[in-house]
Ligand binder design. Structure first.
Ligand code: MSP
Length: 638
């Protein structure tokens, strides 16, 4: 076994805000990074953002920003999110980093020098959503399987990477290294793809069509295809070609991805590495999809689950625990808040939370928080010890095989054992009959809790450290390790055991159907936080949203806030809007807006307002919503 561990997440596109899928992969990488750190290894954890290509340019245009302004802003959203999810990455790479760009150009030259890049005229079916050419065979009823849109026929002269040359080598490599791509179903998927002849990869885009990319070092009129650029982040970030981190960590690289990007990682990337004379990564670890209502999450369906909203309501560690406990790595999972609430109440509040608090209460009550030296153990104590130490092995084996749910099950078996042990030993009875024996029982309880707290640390670092503080451990979190745990005898509190607020408050579900009625969380202080109520599609359909063109805009005397608008929505409407502080009336005429057309009329400053304009607000001010392209007034927004 090596003493090093290198884990990566995909670098996420900056054209969408982070959602639960991004959070899952990144938390998985974080759990592994913490776990291998605890195992005494030197670790390196990389994440970042993918910032070139058509999609990004389109998103920037929509936001009214230059690509550079846009990528700086959205990349920062990802960078700011990760600490809030307690992500312990060592480095955050951006494909717009000058160093990364130089490495991409260096690799392009190397691959070209190796005779693997050629120039050719090509006519193909191009999907702008995927930013790639499709073969007829790959389409579904003539459409891109991801975007369900017909691709456009494009004829272009481009540079190609001679990927076909590496097909036999790659098949052989995957066959020789059983877990190069894992779990097995994805290995099989890659092999089955390789049964067909591998086509060369178009790796350039003419600048006449796209300028937002890394220029080819040997032809300035082209930029690099976004995937050829992005994959290289895994080596540019640790300092390829000569950086110490690269030399140290690349041989043990573990890529974590979801099944959507198996092909670029499982096929293109090893071929690119081979051509550039670099050893392949160690493992490609592929997980399934989080689905909502049995379908894919997507912005257009409006069912995107935002991690911070869940964290705000349920707490970070509960969220992390749920994601890792409920998904079997490699398979799809259905996300539901109901399942999340059930897990929190059953596993965290009832089982673990109660266990810690009842144990601390007893230590305080019977020994003022300082346990006496134990006497000789009984069979029941030895049984508990064997279970706790046995769980360590099960846990480590599960983590090695990416069986996060199994690792957690092994911990919860011990949690169950310990709760049972306390019930059977009944320390409250011993307190009256046999204080010597009570000391031994309490010693076993706290040694087992010590083990549990270390095992949950990679998953729930904050809660684990709270437990460690509560059970009197001087060293916490990363400062503890697995080797120490095996030496059962030395596990003892360094400080006084103390009481602390409930670790995981129970979630009270309001009403039968929590999704439509809202979920309430009682926090330690008895306050109730309410989650925004979810509405169904019918409720949304009741809104009559229309595109309108402002034909007149006038200030309203005596009002600093309101403006009177005359809006054409196929008929003329008067709408009073609170935008005077944000827009000059002379700028509004001719602009298009979105109107809620079926709002009950209301009188504002003596003017009847028949509708409402939609706007978004952030710390920089109020921004009216407007259709992307000029739209016929009165068109329905749906
Ligand atoms: N930019 C590329 C990756 C380049 S890596 C060299 C990309 N970005 S992405 O923003 O679309 O991220 C895709 C990844 O996000 C998936 O592989 C997975 O890690 C995560 N997920 C996105 N949606 C997901 C689910 N619904 N479920 C689980 N994870 C998913 O592709």
């Amino acid at each position: 076994m090596t003493d090093r561990f290198y884990v990566t997440t995909p670098i996420y596109y900056v054209n969408a805000e982070p959602h639960i899928g991004h959070a899952y992969t990144t938390i998985v990488a974080d759990v592994l990074n913490r776990y291998y750190g605890l195992s005494g290894m030197d670790t390196f954890f990389l994440t970042g953002t993918d910032e070139h290509g058509d999609k990004i340019v389109a998103a920037a245009e929509m936001a009214g920003e230059t690509p550079k302004e846009y990528v700086d802003r959205i990349s920062q959203l990802f960078r700011d999110l990760w600490p809030r999810l307690n992500i312990s990455n060592n480095y955050f790479v951006r494909t717009t980093d000058p160093r990364h760009q130089l490495v991409v150009q260096f690799i392009l030259n190397k691959v070209r020098d190796n005779g693997d890049i050629y120039f050719s005229e090509y006519e193909g079916l191009y999907c702008f959503g995927c930013e790639r050419f499709y073969t007829e065979r790959e389409l579904m009823e003539g459409k891109c399987p991801d975007h369900l849109m017909e691709p456009t026929v494009i004829k272009e002269a481009n540079y190609f990477f001679r990927m076909s040359r590496y097909q036999d080598w790659l098949i052989d490599h995957i066959e020789q290294n059983r877990d190069f791509i894992r779990p097995e179903r994805y290995r099989n998927e890659a092999l089955s793809f390789l049964k067909e002849p591998l086509e060369d990869l178009c790796i350039s885009r003419p600048k006449s069509r796209l300028t937002w990319g890394i220029p080819l070092p040997f032809d300035d009129s082209y930029v690099t295809y976004v995937w050829f650029d992005a994959l290289i982040n895994y080596i540019s970030a640790p300092g390829y070609p000569e950086g110490d981190l690269f030399n140290r960590f690349w041989p043990v690289a573990e890529h974590m991805i979801a099944k959507d990007i198996l092909k670029p990682h499982g096929i293109y990337w090893p071929c690119m590495l081979k051509s550039a004379g670099i050893e392949p990564y160690q493992h490609l670890n592929v997980h399934g999809y989080w689905n909502i209502n049995e379908g894919k999450m997507s912005k257009s369906l409006g069912n995107v689950v935002r991690p911070l909203e869940l964290v705000d309501v349920y707490g970070l560690d509960a969220f992390r625990y749920f994601l890792l406990r409920d998904m079997v790595f490699g398979l799809d999972s259905e996300f539901s808040e109901e399942a999340l609430v059930n897990r929190i109440n059953a596993d965290l509040a009832n089982d673990l939370g109660n266990l810690v608090s009842r144990s601390a209460t007893m230590a305080l009550k019977y020994f003022k928080g300082v346990l006496p030296e134990p006497d000789l153990s009984h069979e029941s104590d030895d049984h508990l010890k064997a279970k706790a130490l046995g769980a360590l092995d099960k846990y480590q084996a599960a983590m090695k095989g990416l069986g996060f749910h199994k690792a957690l099950m092994a911990v919860w078996e011990v949690v169950g054992e310990l709760n049972k042990y306390i019930d059977t030993m009944a320390p409250w009875v011993l307190a009256k009959s046999d204080v010597g024996r009570l000391g031994t029982v309490m010693d076993h309880i706290f040694k087992t809790l010590h083990i549990i707290s270390v095992l949950i640390w990679p998953f729930m670092p904050e809660s684990a450290e709270k437990i460690q503080e509560q059970i009197g451990l001087e060293r916490k979190g990363r400062a503890l390790n697995f080797t120490d745990l095996h030496s059962w005898k030395n596990l003892k509190p360094d400080k006084t055991i103390r009481m602390a607020p409930a670790l995981f408050p129970r979630i009270e579900v309001a009403g039968q159907n929590k999704r439509t009625k809202g979920v309430e969380k009682m926090d330690g202080k008895g306050e109730i936080e309410r989650q925004p109520e979810l509405i169904d599609f019918e409720a949304f359909q009741k809104l009559d949203l229309r595109v309108g063109t402002i034909t007149e805009a006038e200030s309203i005397p005596k009002s600093k806030k309101l403006v009177k608008l005359t809006v054409d929505i196929g008929e003329e409407r008067t709408v009073v809007a609170g935008i005077a502080k944000h827009y000059a009336v002379e700028d509004l005429k001719g602009k298009q807006v979105i109107i809620v057309a079926n709002l009950k009329p209301a009188k504002l400053m003596g003017i009847e307002s028949c509708g409402m304009v939609l706007a978004a607000e952030d710390e920089t001010g109020v921004h009216l919503l407007t259709p992307w392209a000029t739209t016929l007034p009165g068109s329905k927004v749906k």
